[in-house]
Design a protein around this ligand. Structure first.
Ligand SMILES: *Cc1c(COP(=O)(O)O)cnc(C)c1O
Length: 546
């Protein structure tokens, strides 16, 4: 089968392969890491291009004395890297920058190449291009993207890899498209022709329905940095507008694009409706790599949970996972949670639209539940290093941990290890973004397959999976409003109702039903949101030519 499939080169700024291999920040990297593990498991013909970040993403540090949150950068460990002996060059701001190509050899993948400018032969500024993931927005970001895109295409050529399709996972890799055009124009093709041919080999995945999350740059910056690769100002403007929007550029440089859930497809099509000459945007819902995130025993027990005895075994295994989480929290924070209490898990990047402190909207509602020991909550999540609003949300949650000691805890420096621990050991996975701003949300899939019940706004992937009261719960009923205060009030009212009238009574009063819901949650999601389904869809609908 594999021989007939197109060969794909996948470009992404970050890959989450192992918790300790800190070349990732969050959801985008988790998706890319799981993608490559799936590629290896099922033998798909694909190579990846990424960056060997010297320091990775900022580590979240909480000052215990003041309760303030800040970011620290440390040099990352880089296990599993193998020297390919290949170096390529890209001209950035008038001088040649050398880029070394490493190959990742881990149990997760062996077809991923990482680019690195931290070399003796480069000047100090050039060495720092691959220094910090998402550390900057301006010129430094463009330099990073030139390394990924232009350096990536040149690395593939030097490695003698000849992909049929170039997949840009997010707009960061867009300059790869410029390099493909430059090659054609150097051989005599006119702009229109080079564009038409390049479009035939590029596909693109868009991830964020937040306008500000879609990066843009003044065209002048591309010109003086050399990112234009010979394209004129007018040509650049035709591709990405002015200022140049990376998503718009990618939508015009690709033959097809996808959003990462079906609702996100609708949102993205509306969002980019005005972009003339863009490619179609289809929906391919994200998925996860089961061996990385899901407790194999829970999968097996759910498949066999037909008798009361077997259902009990499923519950017992869940309690083991929960006690592991309780022990983990005690070790990290010195707080002893009670394994008998309904435990809500919430770990997400602290971005305002995700409303991480939503549950504290009405203190008179939540306070008695916490104080009477009916509920406990484990939080984790970093803010983007440059997002002060996000940091304020984290500080607010930290304030709640002091107000409700032993009932509300915050695990510092969210990473894959914490993610795995929480999506196995909680009872409930809470997700309360402002619809429709959550593109997909793979943590809910991890939870669902571990029998951790989703309690979620109908956003991202959840409308595709939710059977209310059977495999989890929804709240908010898909309500949307541009007025955030109206939306927040509406959603909180709905949340209160489902928590107090459904979740709490079932947890404390009907364990058999809870266990049946866990079983349904696992059974309903294990294939539909597993990486194999996703890869098959990408090959069938994106990579294969019509
Ligand atoms: C799963 C995971 C994510 C992505 O989950 P979302 O639901 O999109 O927030 C991000 N970071 C870590 C560490 C994860 O494990």
């Amino acid at each position: 089968m594999a021989a007939k499939l197109p060969k794909v080169a996948y470009f992404c700024m970050e890959y989450a392969l192992e918790s300790s291999f800190k070349i990732y920040a969050g959801g985008l990297g988790i998706l890319a890491g799981d993608y490559f593990k799936g590629v290896k498991d099922y033998g798909f013909p694909m190579v990846g291009i990424g960056i060997r970040w010297k320091q990775g993403y900022g580590e979240q540090v909480i000052d215990k004395a003041t309760g303030r949150v800040y970011d620290a950068y440390k040099n990352a460990e880089h296990p599993f890297l193998e020297d390919t002996g290949v170096t390529v060059k890209v001209e950035i701001k008038g001088r040649d920058v050398a880029i070394k190509v490493w190959r990742v050899k881990s149990h997760g993948t062996d077809t991923l190449y990482l680019l690195d400018t931290d070399l003796e032969e480069n000047d100090g500024e050039a060495r720092w291009i691959t220094g910090q993931l998402y550390g900057w927005f301006g010129e430094e970001r463009v330099a990073q993207e030139m390394v990924l895109g232009i350096g990536g295409v040149r690395a593939l050529q030097a490695l003698k890899l000849k992909p049929d399709v170039y997949h840009f996972n997010e707009g960061h890799a867009l300059f790869a498209g410029f390099e493909l055009m430059r090659r054609r124009m150097a051989r005599g093709a006119a702009f229109q022709d080079a564009l038409a041919k390049t479009r035939q080999e590029v596909v693109f995945t868009t991830h964020t329905p937040i306008v500000q999350g879609n990066e843009s740059h003044p065209i002048e910056r591309f010109m003086y940095m050399g990112a234009n690769l010979g394209l004129t100002r007018a040509q650049l403007e035709r591709l990405g507008g002015s200022p140049f929007n990376m998503t718009v550029g990618a939508l015009r440089l690709s033959r097809i694009a996808n959003a990462v859930a079906d609702l996100h497809r609708v949102t993205a099509n509306a969002m980019w409706k005005g972009v003339k000459g863009r490619c179609p945007i289809i929906g391919i819902t994200n998925a996860i790599h089961l061996p990385t995130w899901v407790d194999r025993k829970m999968l097996d027990l759910a498949a066999a949970a037909t008798t009361p005895k077997r259902k009990q075994a499923l519950w017992d295994r869940h309690m083991e996972n929960k006690r592991r989480l309780v022990a983990f929290v005690e070790e990290r924070n010195g707080v002893k949670l009670d394994p008998e209490v309904l435990t809500i898990g919430f770990s997400r990047r602290a971005a305002p639209y995700k409303r991480s402190n939503f549950i504290f909207t009405e203190r008179k509602f939540i306070e008695p539940l916490l104080k009477e020991g009916r509920l406990q909550i484990v939080f984790s999540g970093k803010a983007h290093p440059l997002d002060d609003n996000g940091k304020a949300i984290v500080e607010d949650i930290l304030d709640m941990t002091r107000r409700y000691p032993g009932r509300v805890v915050f695990l510092e420096n969210y990473d894959m290890e914490i993610g795995a621990m929480l999506t196995r050991g909680a009872d409930i996975w809470l997700n309360n973004p402002r619809r429709p701003k959550e593109a997909s949300g793979t943590s809910g899939m991890k939870a669902a397959m571990n029998g951790v019940l989703n309690l979620s706004i109908l956003d991202g992937w959840w409308p595709e999976a939710c059977r209310h009261g059977i495999n989890g719960w929804k709240f908010g009923d898909g309500f949307e409003s541009a007025d955030e205060a109206v939306l927040d009030r509406h959603d909180f009212k709905a949340f209160k109702k489902v928590l107090s009238e459904e979740v709490l009574p079932v947890y404390y009063g009907d364990r058999a039903r809870w266990t049946d819901m866990m079983t349904a949650s696992i059974q309903d999601t294990r294939e539909a949101f597993g990486v194999k389904r996703m890869l098959d869809e990408y090959y069938q609908r994106m990579y294969k030519r019509a």
